[in-house]
Design a protein around this ligand. Sequence first.
Ligand SMILES: [Zn+2]
Ligand SMILES: [Zn+2]
Ligand SMILES: [Zn+2]
Length: 142
Amino acid sequence: MSSRADLLRSRGLRVTRPRLAVLDVLAEGGHLEVDEITRRVRERLDSVSTQAVYDVLGALSRAGLSRRIEPAGSPARYEARVDDNHHHVVCRGCGEIADIDCTVGSAPCLDPDTAHGFQIDEAEVTFWGRCPSCQARRSADN
Ligand SMILES: [Zn+2]
Ligand SMILES: [Zn+2]
Ligand SMILES: [Zn+2]
């Protein structure tokens, strides 16, 4: 647990129990909505408001300790996998999200031929389709 405290300190953030709890939840993996994060944080801490969780997620995201993704038409999700500019595939049926690594090199989408003087820190590439269980449900319906 001390490593998470060190992580917060290394980014200039004060160590608080809600921050540690949210990092703990995000470390379980996946792309989580705020409601789900709040539910799991409440299993760890007695009382935490949804607003407090939003505040923590904002601070963690600004500090580069969590990544916020917001596919079109779906609520924001948060994940612990940061710094590699990986992409996502989103299911049109159920909203399930999975990670997609850059297919060439480490993060080639961050090196456009010309960036018009912009300093690029993210390339937003979202793949859309249907997850295996939605495909199975579809063929069962037919
Ligand atoms: Zn699906
Ligand atoms: Zn991801
Ligand atoms: Zn890429």
